[in-house]
Design a protein around this ligand. Structure first.
Ligand code: KIV
Ligand code: ZN
Length: 389
């Protein structure tokens, strides 16, 4: 049996930290509802202490989400914890999410605390949050650049104070998959099985998905992701990538309905103003598009020739033929037929030559309209009627 992995979506918090992005409370509510229908287990709605607007947005998300958990970020400071607890008051399943830096570089140059002081802050903050709510997550920030023994010590203190989830963050995307897997495996082996171990990866070296999957294979119970991989700098692990890897490779079960991913991706792209790159896996415009003759021929003969994941698995419309000067006859005739303009065998070569002359001069793909124009120009003209007096 594959393990059931929990999906913690942080599009509305870490995703909103994408430079230039701001979600209104209405955006957050709409995206949270789509995420709940998508099947994520926890929705991190925001950072209530960061602004009055975000406090209100978290409150609104907490009031509308009924099945998923709703998380809110707080540093290990009394005012942050109070704001998170208050903003989550109406949530059906509230999850205050406390964060503390654990690497020496952060302790010395960011939070300016000794290791011992940071441990005390974790303990006090968790105790305070626990007075109000049962489910508490503690994130150990920059854990991949920290002393692993100290990481485990912080995790232990958090759990003793009442934390139910420990999140190991590769905050600057510094880890390789085997390094991250070793760190996660060490924490999993060290903590009681009742504590959920979570993985949070950033994409600075393009390894966020690989590291997240490695964490699952090393025993993590939860993964933290964003829709379209949006987030600080190069972003976070993308839910569409992690979700399809876990499902297609049979690594773990999740609650995600991957057939909804296109809609969720489009909604986040629209509300964030961050367009999805065309070659983005699963949700990019080219994820199921084919333009070279060899690949088009292969797809038209048998889709599995050039498709490992299928459009049906992820709710995409289907395979799409894009016509360029690299396209083959099969695809050109296929597109013509799909437009209701079947190509007779005796005219096929002339059409294909005319198509290539056009495609070689074109700046981009040859549109179906342009192909229709070529077909019209080649069609035999009806003989002129001679008028007899
Ligand atoms: O990247 C990070 O360390 C974070 C924490 C708040 C989990 O986003
Ligand atoms: Zn992060």
């Amino acid at each position: 049996m594959n393990p059931r992995i929990r999906i913690f979506d942080t599009t509305l918090r870490d995703g909103e930290q994408t430079p230039g992005v701001h979600f209104s409370a209405e955006d957050k509510e709409a995206i949270a509802q789509a995420l709940e229908a998508f099947g994520v287990d926890t929705i991190e709605a925001g950072f209530p202490a960061s602004s009055p607007g975000d406090f209100e947005a978290v409150r609104r998300v907490a009031a509308v989400v009924r099945h998923a958990g709703v998380a809110a970020l707080a540093r290990c400071r009394p005012a942050d914890v109070a704001a998170a607890v208050e903003a989550l008051r109406d949530a059906a399943h509230p999850v205050p999410h406390l964060v503390m830096s654990v690497s020496d570089v952060h302790l010395k140059h960011k939070v300016r605390m000794s290791r011992a002081r940071a441990v005390r802050a974790i303990h006090e903050s968790v105790m305070e949050a626990k007075r109000h709510m049962e489910e508490i997550e503690v994130s150990l920030e920059d854990a991949t650049r920290a002393d692993p023994v100290y990481v485990r010590q912080c995790a232990q203190v958090a759990v003793e104070a009442g934390a139910t989830r420990i999140n190991i963050a590769d905050t600057v995307g510094a880890a390789l998959p085997d390094e991250f897997a070793a760190l996660i495996a060490g924490v999993v082996a060290f903590l009681p099985p009742s504590v959920l171990v979570s993985a949070h990866c950033h994409n600075d070296m393009g390894l966020a998905t690989a590291n997240t999957v490695a964490a699952v294979q090393a025993g993590a119970d939860q993964v933290e992701v964003t829709v379209n991989g949006i987030g600080e700098r190069a972003g976070n692990a993308a839910v569409e990538e992690v979700g399809i890897v876990l499902a297609a490779k049979g690594i773990a079960a999740t609650g995600l309905d991957m057939t909804r991913v296109q809609k969720v991706s489009a909604l986040v792209a629209e509300r964030s103003g961050i367009a999805v790159q065309a070659n983005h896996p699963v949700v990019g415009a080219n994820a199921f598009a084919h333009s070279s003759g060899i690949h088009q021929d292969g797809i038209l003969k048998h889709a599995a020739n050039y498709a490992w994941i299928t459009p049906e698995m992820v709710g995409a419309k289907g395979h799409r033929m894009v016509l360029t000067a690299r396209s083959g006859r099969k695809a050109v005739f296929h597109v013509a037929r799909a437009m209701g303009m079947p190509v007779a065998p005796e005219t096929g070569e002339a059409l294909y030559s005319a198509f290539l002359r056009h495609a070689d001069r074109a700046d981009g793909p040859v549109t179906p309209e342009a192909l229709a124009g070529i077909i019209h120009r080649l069609a035999p003209k009806p003989a002129r009627q001679t008028m007899h007096p």
